[in-house]
Design a protein around this ligand. Sequence first.
Ligand code: ADP
Ligand code: MG
Length: 250
Amino acid sequence: MSEPILRVEDLRVSYGRVEAVRGVSFAVEPGALVTLVGANGAGKSSVINAVAGLVRPSGGRITFAGKDITRTPSHKLVGQGLVQVPEGRQILATLTIEENLRMGTWHTGSGAQGAIDGMYDRFPVLAERRALPAGALSGGEQQMLAIARALVARPTVMLMDEPSMGLAPKIVDEVFRVIEEIRASGTTVVLVEQNARRALRAADHGYVLQSGEIVHSGRAAELLADERIVQAYLGVEGGGGDRAGSAGAL
Ligand SMILES: Nc1ncnc2c1ncn2[C@@H]1O[C@H](COP(=O)(O)OP(=O)(O)O)[C@@H](O)[C@H]1O
Ligand SMILES: [Mg+2]
């Protein structure tokens, strides 16, 4: 087994008195697609934001490529190859698509335009509208822009927080296709999703988070095959593009 590219040990995150993350540990192998699933409020964003350097952990340790990054701020991590696609996309609606993409390249120096042009090849819908304000894009297109903006930063590990949120089932399919392509290109992906079944179908390994703690973990296929886990954690909120409760959909 190779050394994990990312290791989270006994992570704790608190907001005042609210203990959102209560001792979470996991490790991610290079090139893997790992998912953290759980209901709204389980602590998924708090975990991923702590890894991305956006919230300060109250305890625990995070290691990326062998280095302790527990207290490393986000902008430094982006330069080191740990890049997040934030929850809710967070594209800048009044800036053009091109300007949004350029923001992803601030640290990459020469070659930035080449990386942006590469995204236009990959996402033709962005190319056609590169000079338009990003706010003119549909929700699904904005998600593609948010992903493209992360990719131009040349991540070795990409953190994605609920990329399927609020999108129609057909668009969710497209987003998952892109996620699987990113992984196939060798980038490690940590995917946070409420759409648990869908995420587990794409992932190698899964962690089920509840009230700030990991309550189940294992190979994604095994989690999906475990009727008790499916019933208890993945049942109704499997929602999204899936027909919840339909065993055949697994
Ligand atoms: N900035 C914040 N201030 C106070 N409480 C927060 C803040 N962000 C999240 N929380 C609380 O922390 C818990 C976990 O939230 P979050 O990490 O966003 O979960 P998830 O992403 O799984 O929905 C929730 O109880 C939420 O209300
Ligand atoms: Mg969240």
